[in-house]
Design a protein around this ligand. Structure first.
Ligand SMILES: NC(=O)c1ccc[n+]([C@@H]2O[C@H](COP(=O)([O-])OP(=O)(O)OC[C@H]3O[C@@H](n4cnc5c(N)ncnc54)[C@H](OP(=O)(O)O)[C@@H]3O)[C@@H](O)[C@H]2O)c1
Length: 304
């Protein structure tokens, strides 16, 4: 909701991009592998958000050619599937841009690991055979992150400077890949102290400093020459995009039990405003993070 400036937002926009549910009707251009009655999950295309057609409702119309839509594996509920699609899509893109492949044996730092994308990516990195996963989050989430596969944990709140702590602990064994879920520019600028010279810094994080600052950082980090003082480390940032391979790759990780959703609690559809307040004001104090709503009307269940 906060990513789109209100000027370009349709009044009374329906928020949310992730969805899960059951197909009740199929259009002529729908992919042949999609059948009525099938359980599916995915992410709506960005254009739907611009038109105000988000997923926080009971029925949605999904464009199968421009949105990401994939079958829900049998071992996964719609509630779980409803909060994993963006994490799956972003994890795929992080792996692609960060050179993380099966049996990779890489040492990876994940900054902001206990959120919606981080909890999925840490499990994916484990499944891809990462040799060591170091994760930053607040200490109440340490237990959760260990369960998901993190080897080393750092509380970003307990440090005068996260970069100094990393430089102290990892200067002699720098990471192969750093994945930033927060958008911490200082973490990138200081990365030569704890990221290998041929390593990759992948940033999917934040727009809280404004779209202009994000665009400027992306431009300078990507293009500013090293001989003019640019940080001498490879920087990758990319928009969300739906690649067909994800819809096979991600459900198979879930089916193999390698990735699961972290659900703090499930709330009714009529409580959605409370969810929004909780997400905005209380979540930093919460023990774990993924929050979802579900609708169970007419026997249909929709996770958002
Ligand atoms: N580029 C894209 O297409 C795309 C797509 C999806 C998401 N995103 C972006 O990716 C980011 C992650 O999304 P998300 O859904 O995972 O967010 P989220 O659920 O809000 O999680 C944020 C995480 O960051 C941690 N955190 C907060 N402040 C931190 C700091 N100063 N240093 C280190 N960690 C900190 C939180 O830890 P604690 O809760 O333990 O304190 C939490 O683990 C967001 O910025 C989102 O906008 C981008």
């Amino acid at each position: 909701m906060t990513m789109l400036p209100s000027l370009i937002r349709v009044k009374n926009s329906i928020p949310a991009m992730d969805f899960s549910g059951t197909i009740i009707a199929k259009g002529p251009t729908a992919l042949p592998n999609l059948e009525i009655g099938m359980r599916v999950f995915g992410v709506l295309e960005t254009a739907a958000m611009l038109k105000g057609n988000g997923t926080l409702c009971e029925y949605i119309n999904v464009s199968a050619s421009s949105s990401m839509i994939m079958p829900v594996p049998e071992n996964c509920s719609l509630e779980q599937a409803g909060c994993m699609a963006i994490g799956g899509m972003m994890s795929y893109l992080i792996c692609k841009n960060g050179g993380i492949k099966e049996d990779c044996g890489l040492r990876i730092l994940v900054n902001g690991a206990s959120g919606g994308c981080g909890t999925i990516f840490v499990q994916v990195a484990k499944a891809m055979g990462a040799e060591e996963i170091a994760a930053t989050c607040s200490s109440p989430n340490f237990g959760l992150m260990r369960e998901l596969g993190a080897d080393k944990l750092i509380d970003y709140r307990g440090q005068p400077s996260l970069q100094d702590r990393l430089a102290k602990d990892y200067a002699d064994r720098p990471f192969d890949v750093i994945v930033d879920m927060v958008g911490n520019q200082d973490l990138y600028v200081n990365s030569p102290h704890y990221l290998k010279e041929d390593g990759v810094f992948v940033n999917i994080g934040d727009y809280t400093k404004g779209t202009f600052a994000t665009a400027l950082h992306w431009f300078l980090n990507t293009w500013w020459p090293r001989w003019l003082g640019g940080t001498p480390r490879n920087y990758k940032m990319f928009p969300p995009s739906f690649e067909p391979d994800v819809s096979v790759w991600f459900p198979s990780l879930i089916a193999k039990g390698q990735v699961r959703a972290v659900i703090e609690r499930t709330m009714g559809f009529e409580e959605v405003l409370e969810v929004r307040d909780y997400f905005k004001y209380k979540r930093l104090n919460s023990p774990s993070h993924r929050l979802m709503t579900s609708s169970r009307r007419n026997g249909q269940e929709v996770g958002l």
